[in-house]
Write a protein that binds this ligand. Structure first.
Ligand code: NAG
Ligand code: NAG
Ligand code: NAG
Ligand code: NAG
Ligand code: NAG
Length: 596
């Protein structure tokens, strides 16, 4: 329901103090309890514009990598009462349900009663909100790094000081092609111990700060199982997520009391091809930014997938573990590398399609400081992030260019021309060998043919449809599906997935859309003569299947009301050159609901 009509100007004038509530409309009202001049100023890293590196590249940098590890150890060790501590910054995202930097909740939603964090999901601001959030983390990390660099003795000191100036948070590219011998989860985050050199020159093997975060302490009155969605279904429990939030020692991944990294790596390997295809689709197809950036019902609905939908499965694969409920996700150090990668995807998109950006949409899903229905736009404050002590806000408009926050990404560092960047994106995420050429060969098509049809499964899923907001995955298969859900992700028939992150107490009817691309599988089957181009629709209708699961445990379809999968197709104008993207043209054709 749209209940708000508010201009950016009236919104801006309402900031920083309580404004009278308009009789006819609710609007985004931000109350702050800080006195002016004492806000926490988020500047991002300082000292110039430097690229955030892929974690496996940062690892090769010697001094900078050592400094990063020492800075993470120091940052994580900060007293949890400090507003700039790792604990409090991670706590902005979800639990504890307390204000940060004096930014109070909205009029009708109280962070404690309603148990909402500041993070916007299924909401216009999903993409841009995480930008100042990461910049805040990066700025604090650099502060710790600078202090540590100053402790080294000459001549190492100047090398470390120079490294601190250039240090930016790493990103983890979970969609890039990797030989099967290499883990998708970087070993730097899965080793329990890691080598560092202290400023006094002593080398040691220490607890790896990228492996987990150790609460010191976990206050159960602040963070506890009540902040995690109940995951039991009518047919019995799926697992123990509330126990994860109650884990008072450390963050875990893919496990309750300890991380299961080998198991997680297998899952990430299994979803890598579809994640890669999903990333390529959102980076190569023009959509209105509001349709591209989030899975809320904003923008005209592009249909090529969304940044948020592509990011979701990385969270849900770590279930049960801190990364899967949004209420505690940011405590896991891998959260920051994952979201830096999501921010990078957004930055790449912004350079390829610079003319489209955040416009306007009522909030589909509330946060601690945003009511459902509040009208959001590019000037909406990205609460609780202040630009300066005076209290000016970070907004989507003023965070549009990453360089203003002191960072860029490797692909963008040298201001590439559009065709250079397109080529690079195609190399990173595009079909392995010239798709057009391969398609033509396989289909014995004349080389001048530039049209083909692309098939996708469109998944419409109620985001908070399972047990008051528990996460779930919708897996697509082409072929027969075993009754043993433990084998699904690794099976030959598995194509890809759509994931709902859910969220505790969201109470929203919100239905999101994600697409699973079927073409790689179809091509293989055409290649092996199992399928002909003409018989594709008929084959898909007979063999496309979907199942629901979480943590490899089946969730009966009837547990989520309103979930729907539809087979769709679009025409593709195949690019003849490697610095141009294939274009999906002419909209989508529906071929009926998939209900097996
Ligand atoms: C060097 O610093 C580390 C970390 O502070 C400390 O544990 C170690 O004892 C120091 N070594 C020497 C030789 O002082
Ligand atoms: C759990 O935390 C919430 C606040 O985040 C608090 O209201 C509630 O009382 C806590 N529960 C327990 C059992 O401490
Ligand atoms: C986790 O640890 C708690 C406390 O030791 C124990 O009660 C629980 O059974 C463990 N859960 C699992 C899944 O191992
Ligand atoms: C699925 O199983 C049926 C019955 O066992 C079989 O006839 C059919 O060929 C299988 N389909 C595929 C795509 O493997
Ligand atoms: C960059 O190239 C892509 C693919 O050909 C095109 O769709 C896009 O509009 C171009 N962007 C700019 C800024 O020229």
């Amino acid at each position: 329901m749209r209940i708000t009509h508010l201009t950016a100007a009236s919104l801006l004038s309402s900031l920083g103090h309580a404004s009278p509530l308009s009789q006819m409309s609710r609007f985004l009202e931000i109350e702050t309890r800080q006195s002016p001049g004492s806000y926490f100023a988020i500047t991002g890293a300082t000292g110039g514009v430097y690229p955030r590196l892929e974690i496996r590249e940062l690892e090769k940098t010697g001094e900078m990598w050592n400094l990063y590890l020492l800075a993470m150890i120091s940052f994580q060790g900060t007293n949890q009462d400090d507003i700039a501590s790792y604990y409090q910054i991670a706590g902005i995202h979800g639990m504890p349900w307390v204000p940060w930097d004096g930014v109070a909740g909205s009029i009708n939603d109280d962070k404690n009663t309603n148990q909402l964090g500041y993070c916007p999901h299924a909401n216009l601001l999903f993409g841009t909100w995480h930008r100042p959030y990461l910049a805040l983390f990066e700025q604090q990390l650099q502060k710790h790094a600078t202090n540590i660099a100053n402790q080294f003795a000459s001549p190492a000191k100047s090398t470390y000081q120079a490294a601190a100036i250039k240090l930016r948070i790493p990103f983890w590219d979970w969609a890039k092609a990797l030989p099967t011998s290499e883990p998708v989860l970087p070993t730097a985050v899965t080793s329990e111990k890691i080598s560092v050199t202290f400023p006094n020159g002593t080398k040691a093997s220490v607890d790896n700060p990228l492996f987990d975060y150790n609460f010191h302490p976990l206050d159960h009155s602040q963070i506890n199982g009540t902040g995690c969605p109940v995951t039991g279904t009518q047919n019995g429990p799926v697992g123990g997520l509330p126990e994860v939030c109650d884990n008072d020692l450390m963050t875990v991944r893919n496990g309750v009391n300890a991380s299961d990294h080998p198991g997680l790596d297998k899952k990430l390997r299994n979803i890598l091809p579809s994640q890669r295809t999903g990333v390529y689709a959102i980076l190569s197809q023009w959509q209105h930014f509001d349709s591209f950036s989030n899975q809320g019902n904003c923008g005209p609905g592009g249909g090529a997938g969304t940044l948020e939908a592509v990011h979701n499965p990385i969270h849900t694969q770590m279930w049960p573990g801190h990364m899967s409920p949004a209420s505690v996700a940011a405590f896991d150090p891998i959260f920051w590398m994952h979201h830096a990668n999501v921010d990078r995807q957004m930055a790449l998109y912004q350079v390829v399609f610079p003319e489209t950006y955040v416009e306007q949409c009522p909030a589909d899903t509330p946060t601690y400081s945003i009511n459902r229905g509040d009208l959001l736009d590019a000037n909406s404050p990205l609460t609780p992030f202040h630009k300066n002590a005076k209290g000016d806000w970070w907004t989507s408009a003023n965070s549009r260019n990453t360089r203003d926050m002191g960072y860029t990404y490797p692909e963008l560092a040298s201001n590439p021309s559009n065709s250079t960047l397109v080529k690079q994106i195609k190399t990173l995420y595009g079909p392995a060998t010239g798709f057009a050429a391969k398609y033509k060969r396989q289909n014995h098509l004349p080389s001048r043919s530039t049209k083909q049809t692309r098939y996708l499964a469109k998944v419409e899923f109620p985001v908070y449809g399972l047990n008051a907001g528990a996460p779930y995955n919708v897996l697509m298969f082409l072929g027969n599906v075993s009754s043993d859900s433990k084998t699904w992700l690794g099976s030959e028939a598995f194509v890809g997935l759509a994931s709902s992150l859910g969220g505790v107490n969201m109470r929203s009817e919100m239905v999101a859309t994600a697409t699973v691309d079927l073409n790689d599988k179809i091509e293989k089957k055409i290649g092996s003569k199992e399928l002909t181009v003409e018989g594709t629709v008929e084959y898909l209708r007979a063999n496309l299947r979907w199942r629901m699961e979480l943590g490899e445990n089946e969730i009966p379809k009837k547990e989520v009301e309103g979930i729907k999968v539809v087979l769709i197709s679009t025409e593709v104008e195949v690019a003849e050159k490697d610095d141009v993207f294939d274009r999906w043209v002419g909209g989508f054709v529906e071929h009926g609901e998939v209900d097996i």
